[in-house]
Unconditional design. Structure first.
Length: 247
């Protein structure tokens, strides 16, 4: 894991966007197409804004996916991740194809299978992810399933994860946060050729420390990134503040 630390969320986001652009351009040059997974949440604001501002990628040749969305939340709800990515990625980037997680689907398990068929049409070139305050990766809360062969899962959201959504301003109270979500599985995330993990903010410092400095464990879902050969972790000085010193 390559760890890079920046002075602010803005400089972090700009550096992560430049790195992601290089990966996507290399995929386009090698294969004529690119397949990219995007994350959501307040931690991704600066990164996605910087990515949208970069003119060097022909996104019309790219297929975009996203990690997760709440079960039962309509796509026009302010907390919908489909709305989030439509505004911050689909509209500015104008990709050739965007495969959304439809959390409003009447049968969430059938939606998981639909997404699985599509995402396994070809390898993922780049997965852009974050780390939750409880160490979750996508909506895989601890203890996470590291062994599943599924690409997407219907998962239950634990209280710390749901409280994070309230804390980030997506919901007014804990009672408003759905208790289930459709999430990309950890093995599917790790199948990406390269991973960019964007994690600013002091709120994430303990989770970053535990997922980077401690052994890989389902109790620390994002610690699975330690086992990926091409993960770059972008931190600011606040999220990196509890990391052990490295030589």
């Amino acid at each position: 894991m390559d760890i890079q630390v920046f002075d602010s969320a803005e400089t972090l986001g700009a550096a992560a966007a430049a790195h992601a652009e290089r990966i996507v351009k290399a995929a386009l040059a090698a294969r004529g197409a690119a397949r990219v997974v995007l994350a959501t949440g307040a931690s991704q604001f600066a990164f996605l804004a910087a990515l949208a501002a970069r003119p060097g990628v022909d996104w019309s040749k790219a297929t975009l996916f996203h990690l997760d969305d709440y079960v039962g939340l309509p796509s026009d709800h302010p907390a919908s991740f489909r709305l989030y990515l439509r505004e911050r990625a689909e509209i500015p980037l104008r990709p050739g194809r965007f495969e959304y997680v439809n959390g409003s689907a009447p049968d969430p398990e059938a939606e998981c299978l639909r997404l699985e068929r599509i995402i396994r049409e070809a390898p993922i070139d780049l997965a852009c992810v974050g780390i939750g305050e409880n160490g979750h990766l996508a909506f895989n809360d601890p203890p996470a399933d590291f062994e599943t062969r599924r690409a997407y899962l219907v998962v239950s959201l634990d209280e710390p994860c749901r409280r994070q959504q309230v804390g980030e301003g997506w919901f007014g109270s804990l009672d408003e946060v759905p208790t289930r979500a459709i999430s990309m599985s950890i093995p599917q995330i790790l199948s990406a050729r390269e991973i960019v993990c964007v994690v600013p903010d002091a709120r994430k410092a303990r989770a970053v420390h535990e997922c980077v400095d401690l052994p890989v464990s389902p109790l620390r879902p994002a610690s699975a990134l330690q086992d990926h050969a091409a993960t770059t972790l972008f931190l600011d000085v606040n999220s990196a503040s509890m990391l052990r010193a490295r030589s």
